[in-house]
Structures are given as C-alpha cells and as structure tokens.
Design a protein around this ligand. Structure first.
Ligand code: MN
Length: 476
C-alpha cells in the first residue's frame, strides 16, 4: 500500500517550494475528501494519493502532482476552480478542470455524456498533454482496484481502457503504463484466457531464465571488455502481448519478441558498436532489424531492435538504447521534461503541435466531426488502430494508419504532391493510386505540373487529412 511517505520519498529532490506546494495540495485534498470513502472501504484520499504517487514515479512536475492530488475535488467536493487557482496557480486549476467530467449540460443519455467526456480527454492533448498523463494515472489506479466494483462496471471500464487509455498511453510513450493497463483489462474481459496465458508465460519465465541470463552475462562481459558502460535487463512479453500474438495465429516458439534483452549503454555510437558485437556472436534474423534511433517513433521512442538466435536457438529480441532513451521509453514524455530544464514542457507542447502526426491528425478529426459519437469513432479507426511505417524515396519513415494508400502518403508529405500525383511506384513497381500500402514499403511519387483530382483519389483516400484536402480542392 502506498503511504504519504512514499510520495515524499519520490519528490525528495524537488525544490523546497515544490515540496511545500505538494504538501499543501495533499492537506487540502485530505480535508475536502474527509468523510468520503471508496468502494473498498478505504478513505477516499487513498485514491488521489496513489494517483499523485504514480505521477511522481513518472517524474511529473509539481503542478501535475498537485493536480493529481486534487483531481477529483471539482467533481466530488465543494471547492471551485477559482479557489484552486487562488490557493495554487492557474496551471493547477486548469489541469484539475481538464480532468473533471463535463456535467450540467443537457445530455440525452449516459452514452452521450460519455462520448462528450471521451472527446474532452482526447482533445486535451491540444491544450496541455499533462491532462492526459493525470487521466492515465487516475485510470491506472482505478484499474488496479477494480475488484471492488460490480461486474458490469468492471467490463465497461476494462473495455474503455483498451479502447481509449491504452492508445493514449502509447501516444505519450508510457510503455510501462500501457502494458499494465492491457494486462489488467484482459484480466476482466477474458479471465479464462488471461489465466491460461499467465501460466504459459510463467513457464517460459522459469524455463528460459537461464538462457537469457547466459546471454546477458556473455554480452555484459563483451561490452565491458570493450570499455562500454552498460546495464542489461531480461524481459518477457506481457500477458496481453502474448494473447494478441496467439490470437493472430502465431506459435509461441516463433514469436520473435517473446523473450528479450534490453541493453542500455552510455551513448548513441556505443549503441551501434553493441549491435555489431551482438551480431558477431548471435546470428540475426534478417527481417527483424529496426532502427528507431535514426527513425524515432512519433512518441519519441528510440531504440535498435534486432532479433537473434540465442542459446539453444531460441529467438531473443535484443533492444539496444542509451540510458536516457530507456527512461523515456518506460515513462513517456514526462521523463523527457525531467531531463530537459525549464522550458521543456512548452517545448514539448510545441513539438507535439508541429511535429507529431498524432496531434495533427487529431486536430483534423476534431475539425471535421462536430458530433461526439462520430469523432470518437473516427479517432478509434484512424488514430488508435494499427499503424504501418513506410519509407519515402529518401528513406525517411512515415507513419500511416493501416489501410492507407499512396494518396494518403502523398497528402501526408504535402498537399501539392497529392494534387499533382501522376504515377506511384512502390518498391520500384508501378501501382495504382488506391494500392493498399504495407509495412516497410518504399514509396515514390512522380508528379506533373498541374493539379488534377481524379475519382479514384476521392474513393482511394483513407485518412481524414487526405479526404479533407481533396474535398477542399474539388470545391475550389
Ligand atoms: Mn479519480
């Protein structure tokens, strides 16, 4: 169980002012929730305290932790947003307001209210990504304590977690939270499967531990002999990850990333040296090499991935990254703010706005769909669905939703290329405009000098962005 002491321990290196503000927020939340209880019978304050604790393990800033402590006060107690602003500051007040459910409007049904709230959470990334981080911490603690809820509520929450919160955790790059949410959801949604796979996983863990350890020691020694500071961890895919692979028809022994080694080293050049040493000692599986260091994912994830034939010819995925990359991969964007100083958060918000495909697509969908129901459905389809990564002719990687065509690819790069497409080559073969792109395809677009939108383009576009741009061109 988490105590106040644990929270204070995590923030011990924060400034004196920050610590004082967090203590004040705790005292206020404790006072406001006095007399309220959770379904588990515990005093209500246990919940906001846990949320704040999760945020502190993510190295969130003091404003975010205060908002975590106060996150349910606007909804469930007598305090107003103005009062929070007066006691703390406008950031804390805005964050608490951001995670508070919309109420008081005339909703026709519970479902309609849910859709409006889902939209509010998802679009909050446009104003301040910290709102999503607090919501994730809130959801994680609620999922950890879901046993005290009624059966229907458990199913409802687990479904919503899979559909909305797991993808959001992915978008902010918080992989630890993502896999815990996945496993907790599966536990409530498909308990039989969960138990079955938990057992399989446990057997693998026990049975393969020695071979992972053998490989770990060998690589550790090699790196040390070569003067590369390193830390290596062994890992087995989470229960949900295994469930998904099995459901896709994969066999356990053929999963290229069931067993993995995470190798952390001190610098990027040493990541590549490490890769060389690994390949020199273990045969790589040729088609499973990924370089996310020079092509980071849109959530800032960076790492080299290579699957090799480990001891006893078991496939082992080796992930090589710097210590800093590892930190960001575990905790997401908040960890990046911790590393950067002062203006880091503003920079992050700006980065999201200018560079992040997720952010841009979200803004487009937000503009296109005024109805909350259609908005949420489109987000699920286009943003939260599976992704493919394709290359431009210069090698740059472009992320697109699965089902995208060269038309989407062209408009993603810029609208002019979209309007002036003449021919498309995928992996050096000419293909029709509505060809469905596959992961790893290399796409080259040949343009002409004038705009022309053909019918095939109207039907062949898959993304909201391309569709909207095409409609704009037709209207003009
Ligand atoms: Mn809550």
């Amino acid at each position: 169980m988490i105590d106040l002491i644990d929270l204070y321990y995590n923030i011990k290196n924060y400034s004196e002012e920050d610590i004082a503000m967090i203590k004040k927020a705790y005292a206020l939340a404790n006072h406001l929730h006095d007399g309220q209880f959770r379904q588990s019978g515990e005093p209500y304050i246990v919940h906001p305290l846990n949320v704040a604790y999760i945020l502190s393990t993510l190295k969130a800033d003091a404003d975010t932790i205060c908002a975590g402590l106060l996150h349910d006060t606007l909804e469930d107690t007598s305090i107003s947003k103005g009062e929070i602003e007066k006691e703390f500051n406008s950031t804390v007040a805005n964050l608490v307001d951001g995670v508070t459910k919309i109420s008081g409007m005339n909703f026709q049904s519970k479902k309609e209210q849910n859709m409006a709230n889902t939209r509010k959470i998802i679009t909050s990334i446009e104003s301040d990504v910290r709102i999503i981080i607090i919501k994730l911490a809130d959801r994680l603690h609620n999922m950890r304590t879901l046993e005290f809820k009624k059966k229907e509520k458990q199913i409802e929450n687990a479904l919503e977690t899979m559909e909305i919160f797991v993808p959001l955790a992915y978008f902010i790059g918080a992989y630890e939270i993502k896999s815990e949410l996945e496993d907790l959801s599966l536990f409530y949604l498909k308990n039989d499967e969960y138990q079955k796979i938990a057992e399989i996983r446990h057997k693998q863990e026990v049975g393969c531990n020695y071979l992972l350890e053998e490989m770990l020691n060998k690589i550790h020694n090699l790196l040390t002999q070569n003067g590369i500071p390193n830390e290596i961890k062994t890992k087995i895919k989470n229960i949900y990850g295994i469930y998904k692979r099995l459901a896709q028809g994969n066999k356990l022994s053929e999963m290229h990333d069931l067993l993995s080694l995470k190798i952390m080293v001190d610098s990027i050049p040493n990541c590549y040296l490490t890769l060389g040493l690994v390949h020199e000692n273990y045969y790589p599986l040729n088609d499973k090499f990924k370089d996310y260091i020079c092509n980071p994912k849109s959530n800032l994830y960076r790492s080299l991935h290579t699957t090799v034939f480990g001891p006893e010819n078991r496939l082992v995925q080796t992930r090589i990254r710097t210590f800093k990359m590892e930190y960001i991969a575990s905790y997401g964007l908040t960890a990046d703010w911790d590393f950067n100083s002062d203006k880091a958060r503003e920079k992050m918000q700006k980065y999201l706005k200018n560079k992040c495909q997720f952010y841009r697509t979200l803004t487009e969908i937000d503009k296109m769909f005024s109805d909350n129901d259609s908005f949420v459905n489109q987000v699920k389809l286009e943003l939260f669905g599976d992704k493919i990564y394709v290359h431009t002719s210069t090698g740059e990687m472009i992320e697109l939703p699965k089902g995208s065509t060269p038309i989407d690819f062209a408009y993603q790069i810029n609208s002019k290329i979209g309007r002036q497409m003449e021919k498309v080559f995928v992996n050096d073969e000419e293909v029709p405009f509505d060809y469905v792109l596959k992961d790893g395809d290399r796409v080259r677009i040949v343009t002409k000098n004038n705009d022309s939108i053909s019918d095939v383009m109207i039907d062949g576009a898959h993304t909201t962005h391309a569709k909207r741009k095409i409609l704009e061109s037709i209207k003009n």
